[in-house]
Write a protein that binds this ligand. Structure first.
Ligand code: OAD
Length: 370
């Protein structure tokens, strides 16, 4: 594990399980073997076409463009010790990367389609942009190995910080502090794994899944950050692995059943979908993530009249009031019964307890207790 050879497999070596080292052969394998347990591993390269830069691409990557943040070294922006002293560079970046501004790519939709087809065992992602969720991959199918912007907490006392406040602070480019106020003035940080922090427990819990996969797809990652980078080597030797990436990375290409689709991810997954006969479904699924389409769908919904909406509101309020009246009546009856029992055993006067159970005073006059 981790130290397998990275030299490319000899062209003359035939694949062991596939009919060829092509995406068509992988599609055939998926169909013939009724493959259901696909493990997908992704990195920043699957989000670049959404407009989010990756980290290490020489000119366009984030680390090559952080001069404006005046960091001692590029990765300091995600370094927990640096953050404690100076959280501003991270929050400047967070303002740009915060979820909600970007649309999932067709590659995200391809992963979602694998799930819809009942073939996704697990998605391991290093990305913090939450675009997989937005594309429809359910949370329980995703291992966010480097955390995400989905939740946040104080770095000192670990008190959770509310989502709406976080959104507001990031929009205002302000640094959030613990909501416990004077008792803790800790900095708040999204639950993104910084250098120097442990990976989430879900990563370790699911780490055995690559060995159970009957196909692995690795996309848009340089496989430079451990322990994520070792995941592809945990896939069994005789299990096909597909790399869809601009460049060859890690040990991919060194095994007889490794298939390399070198190029951009979106083109790669479209080719994959063509080979599987899923292209139309893929494009349709991706179109559903288009904000213009969502807006069109919303406008096409039958418009309720103002009166209809008001009537619904009044009906809901009436039901809520009825329910709470019923609940209070029921609670009242139970407390009365309990006190009656207590009175029988202790011969105490229940009214002496009226400072503890103020509703007892109301009971005397049979008023509803709200
Ligand atoms: P990197 O920036 O290291 O690697 C991105 C990979 O995707 C490179 O191999 C690119 O060539 C490739 N790539 C870029 N755009 C692509 C495209 N459109 N189609 C196909 N391939 C493309 O990003 P990660 O591997 O995700 O950690 O980086 C791993 C970790 O390093 C990140 O999670 C982050 C960073 O420090 C933390 O934030 C803790």
């Amino acid at each position: 594990m981790g130290n397998e050879s990275s030299s490319p497999v000899d062209e003359a070596t035939p694949p062991a399980r596939l009919h060829g080292r092509t995406v068509e052969a992988v599609a055939q394998y998926i169909k013939e073997k009724e493959v259901k347990n696909i493990v997908v591993m992704t990195g920043a390269g699957i989000s670049t076409s959404a407009g989010i830069p990756d980290f290490r691409s020489p000119e366009t990557g984030l680390y090559a463009n952080l001069a404006r943040l005046k960091l001692p070294y590029a990765e300091a922006v995600f370094d927990i010790s640096y953050f404690r002293n100076n959280p501003y560079p991270f929050y400047t970046l967070a303002h740009e990367l915060y979820p909600g501004r970007y649309r999932p790519t067709v590659t995200h939709s391809f992963i979602s389609l694998l799930h819809k087809k009942g073939k996704l065992l697990k998605l391991f992602t290093q990305n913090i942009d939450c675009l997989e969720r937005e594309a429809g991959v359910p949370a329980d199918k995703i291992v966010e190995a480097h955390g995400s912007f989905a939740t946040q907490r104080c770095i000192e006392c670990h008190t959770e910080y509310p989502d709406d406040l976080m959104k507001e602070m990031i929009n205002k480019k302000e640094v959030p502090h613990c909501i416990r106020g004077k008792s803790c003035k800790g900095l708040v940080k999204p639950d993104i794994v910084f250098f120097g922090e442990a990976l989430p427990e879900s990563f370790h819990r699911n780490r055995s899944l690559p060995a159970r996969a009957d196909l692995a797809i690795i996309m848009g990652t340089s496989l430079t950050v451990q322990p994520f980078a070792s995941l592809p080597s945990l896939v069994r030797e005789d299990t096909p692995r597909v790399l869809i990436n601009l460049e060859r990375v890690g040990s991919l290409g060194s095994r007889p059943d490794d298939v390399l689709l070198l190029g951009d991810c979106d083109t790669g997954v479209r080719k994959f979908a063509d080979a599987l006969g899923w292209r139309d479904e893929l494009e349709e699924l991706w179109e559903n993530t288009n904000p213009d389409k969502r807006e069109r769908d919303r406008q096409e919904e039958p418009l309720k009249t103002r009166q209809e909406r008001l009537d619904e509101e009044v009906e809901k309020l009436t039901k809520d009031i009825d329910a709470s009246l019923k609940l209070s009546g029921e609670a009242n009856r139970r407390i009365k019964e309990e006190l009656h029992l207590e009175q029988q055993t202790t011969s105490a006067d229940t009214t002496n307890l009226s400072h503890v159970y103020p509703h007892l005073r109301a009971n005397k006059s049979d008023k509803p207790c709200l």
